[in-house]
Every structure is written in C-alpha cells, then in structure tokens.
Design a binder for this molecule. Structure first.
Ligand code: ADP
Length: 491
C-alpha cells in the first residue's frame, strides 16, 4: 500500500474535545492510519475548553483570512506533532468564533449557538487555505459530520479551478444523520458560496433551508457511515434517513458502513488508568471491588445478589430514554440497582431525579459529563443498558463487552452489528437484544438478564465471551485505508 497523505477535519477529537462518539473516533482513527504508515494531519477548532498549555504546541507565524458574512476573518494556527507517528494536529484559533464556553451549545442558554453555520464554514475554509499556506497537499480529505461538511462542497466549487487542489479526493463520514447542520435560507449568502448551489431541490437546499450535510453528501467522492447496518437503515426510510434517505440512495454505490473501532489502550479493564482495581479474564475480582467502591461513592447499599445496571449516555430521545422512563416504576420494582450518568434534555433530568427520590436505594443519577466516572461505571456495572431508538454505531456497548458488563440493546444500527443475542440452549451470544421498541420488550430483555445473573456459571461464561470480543481499530482502519487507496488510484 502506497503511503498516502490524509487530511482529517472534524469538530471533535479526544482527548482535546469530545461530546460523544465522534470525539472518540477522531481521537483514535488518525493514530491508526499513521501506524499504517500514512502521513496524517488533523484539523480541529481551538475551543476555549482545549487546554493546549499541557502540550508542546507551536504557534505558526502566519494567519489565513477567509470570507464570512461579507467580512474577512483571520485564523491563527497552533500545531502539535505526535512524538512517534507521522501525525500532526492543527488547531484553528479565532477568538470570536471558538473562544467560547461551549463547543456547539451555549451553556448559559442550553441552545445551539445561532452562528454555528458561520463558525464551521469558517473552520472548513480555514483548513483549505491553511493547506495551501503549508504547501501540504493531501491525497484524501476525510471530513466528519456536517461541521466539516462544507469542505467537499468548497473543493468542487470555489476551489475547483485552483490547481493546488486538483485531484484531491474527499470522503465524508456520517456519525449521526440526526445532526445535519440546517440553517435559515437567509443565511446562505453569509457562506460566500456560489448562488447557484441554492435552489429548490439543489445540493444545499432542504425544505427551503440550508443543509450542510446534504451538500457534503452530494459533493464527496465517497461516503461512509459508522456501521454496516446503519448504512442500510439510513437508505431504507424517511424516518431512518432523517429526510436524506433519497439523497443517500442516489449515492448508494459510493456509500459503505465501516464499524467504529475501540481504543483498547483507553477502554479495557486490564489497562484502564482510571478505575481503582484493574482486572482481566483469569481473575475478575477487581470488577467486584470496583463495584463495591462505586456503590459506596454513589451512596447505594452494597448487595450480594443484585445486578447493577449502568447507563452512560446523552439524555436525548435517540438514546431510548422514553423507554426507560415508561418502564421506570416496573423496573425498580425488580431486584436491581441502576447507575445513570448523562446530560441532556431537562425533562429527562427531572424524570430521572424523581425516580431517584422515589427509589433512593436503587438508583443513582449523575447529571454531568464525567469521563472518569464513565470508566468506573463501565467497570463497576454488571449489565449495561442501551435501548437506543436508533444508533449509528454506539461505542458503549463495545466498551461494555470488554469490561465484562453484559449489554442489553435494542436491535438497531450498530448495536445489532456488535451484540449477539444470548441463546440459553447453546450458550451462544454476547448480550441481550430486543426487537420491538417498547418498554415491555426492554423489560423482558432485562428479565432475561436478571434470571441468568442469578446463575453464576453461565453468567460468568457470558461475561468472558464478551471480554474476548475484539473490535479494535486495526481492522476498521484497514477498511478506511483500502477505501482511500482505491479512491486515489481511480483517477
Ligand atoms: P453518541 O456519539 O451518540 O453520544 P456513542 O455511544 O457513539 O454515542 O459515544 C458516546 C461516548 O460519549 C462514549 O465514549 C460515552 O462514554 C461518552 N459519554 C456520553 N455521555 C457521557 C457523560 N455524561 N459522561 C462521560 N462520558 C459520556
């Protein structure tokens, strides 16, 4: 495989900025591609929350200027080189756009910043201008989600006559079709794009609004999404395709699902840097010790035979919170304890707090975003509940498998690709999967888990089967490599 120059542009990458799976993926994939020998450059906005003082960054002594809303805005860049791999990060700095408290959402109002279109249009343009300034021409531009979605649009339009960009291929990865970057049509002119891109049914038009993701789907050379099953689902109905199903069907030949990998240097119980007791398949005692400490911290009584169910999630409709709320009373009548870590919609906060007051010895809810606590819950729970209504890939079910925390999932998207339903007859399977999106179906899967949990031997066997599953990045990164390689060779 020839060495390629790969540019990755995204609005999140762990450990610098993360609100969900996107951050994990863009945290891991560049390293994996660099390990395969490719030269990789990652561009990220330099949000206020990124603490670059901890890293040895270099401030570049030039700026680039790009047009937004009829004015020119400048960006400064800071770069960071990986010490071992052919991998560099560039952080795009502009105080008014990125020197704010939140990443997408204004924490003081709880709403998206109204100028997110300008902020991420600025970002996309700055990345392309910076490449020119750096004199670094990539073979492939790999953009993630709508926030970087204008880059393929710009390459095919504004920059199409610029010889520096000639021959560069673009790949869009969709992490969640529910987020498309949709803005009022009046704001289209702010983006300084050719007027002819916006007309009814045009490449950037979506029900009379501007849609960044649609533009990216129309103009990218290839499109990937984060699991094979989700790649099919999003083409199958308006609901699953969030209205872009037709556009995606038109690009069907260029659309593939590549399952996200797991960064097992961060997410495995034998190497975890956060949990109090590490453990591995031959000796699981650290799991129980972690659980005891976790329950103590949570203020819940420690019980010998009660399964502890964990949930770590954004508290939004997608994640099946409506099922949890609808099943709540019935669920807590059972002999279970539950630990929920999440942030999101107010109504879910309120409901969960109400359950916590009602069942103080059974439920502990943390309404925060806390990476360390997420590790503790992965390790210290017996069961992990992920009843998502839809799920592009989902990471926590894969983390759970590695931690011997048996997942209960709705049969949808990447959850269906990664968890196999347990069959008590054969002992095959890795978790409990329910098909109907109803509280009853979810409760019945929970009941199957509770029943098996009472039988130590088959339960331990199920835990260990899960711990042996391998969703490491290596095989996913190879799939991206192959896709990029085929694309760059097809001139
Ligand atoms: P999504 O990207 O839709 O939120 P994923 O399952 O792909 O869902 O990824 C979620 C990631 O975010 C996981 O790494 C999960 O542990 C993390 N996460 C979600 N909510 C929280 C929270 N409140 N605190 C810490 N980590 C969280």
């Amino acid at each position: 495989m020839d060495r390629m120059r790969i540019l990755i542009a995204a609005s999140e990458a762990a450990p610098f900025a993360k609100t969900g799976g996107l951050g994990d993926v863009v945290g891991a994939l560049p390293k994996e591609l660099a390990k395969l020998g490719h030269e990789v450059v990652v561009f990220l906005p330099r949000y206020k929350s990124i603490d670059l003082a901890r890293y040895r960054t270099q401030r570049l002594d030039w700026t680039v200027t790009v047009p937004i809303a009829g004015r020119n805005f400048g960006a400064q860049l800071e770069s960071l080189r990986d010490r071992k791999l052919p991998l560099s990060y560039y952080f795009v700095h502009n105080e008014p756009f990125f020197g704010r408290e939140g990443i997408y959402v204004d924490p003081s109002t709880g709403s998206d910043y109204v100028d997110n279109d300008q902020r991420f249009s600025f970002f996309s343009r700055v990345v392309l201008e910076s490449l020119k300034q750096l004199g670094w021409k990539p073979d492939v531009v790999h953009v993630h989600d709508w926030q970087a979605g204008l880059m393929p649009v710009l390459l095919r339009t504004v920059y199409s006559a610029d010889s520096f960009f000639a021959g560069i291929k673009s790949v869009l990865t969709i992490h969640n079709l529910a987020y498309q970057g949709v803005f009022p049509r009046e704001r289209f002119t702010d983006l300084a794009l050719p007027e002819e891109l916006f007309y009814a049914t045009g490449p950037l038009e979506f029900y009379e609004k501007v849609n960044f993701l649609k533009g990216a789907i129309m103009f990218s050379d290839r499109i990937t999404t984060v699991s094979p099953n989700y790649a099919n689902e999003i083409q199958s109905s308006t609901e699953m395709g969030s209205g872009l199903d037709g556009v995606l069907r038109n690009r069907s030949d260029d659309l593939v699902g590549i399952l996200n990998g797991v960064d097992y240097t961060v997410w495995s119980p034998s190497r975890d840097k956060v949990i109090p007791y590490r453990y591995h398949i031959p000796n699981l005692s650290g799991k129980r010790s972690t659980q005891v400490e976790l329950l103590n911290n949570a203020g819940l009584p420690v019980r010998e035979r009660t399964p502890v169910i964990g949930m770590i999630t954004r508290l939004v409709d997608q994640k099946g919170l409506d099922l949890v709320i609808a099943a709540g009373e019935r669920l807590f009548q059972r002999d279970v304890q539950m630990l929920i870590l999440g942030t999101g919609e107010e109504r879910y906060h309120d409901q969960l707090m109400r359950f916590q007051e009602q069942f103080p010895d059974k439920l502990k809810v943390w309404l925060t975003f806390d990476d360390n606590l997420a590790h503790w819950i992965e390790a210290g729970s017996d069961v992990f509940l992920m009843p998502s209504r839809f799920e592009p890939c989902g990471l926590n079910q894969m983390y759970s498998l590695k931690y011997g925390t048996v997942p209960i999932v709705h049969r949808v998207g990447g959850l269906a690709d990664t968890v196999e339903d347990y069959d008590p007859e054969t002992g095959q399977g890795t978790g409990f999967v329910f098909s109907d999106y109803t509280p009853e179906a979810m409760l019945s899967a929970i009941d199957r888990a509770i029943e098996l949990f009472a039988r130590k031997r088959p339960w331990t066997k199920l835990m260990k089967t899960g711990m042996r599953q391998d969703f490491s990045w290596a095989s996913s990164a190879e799939k991206y490599q192959k896709l990029f390689g085929n694309l760059t060779r097809s001139q």
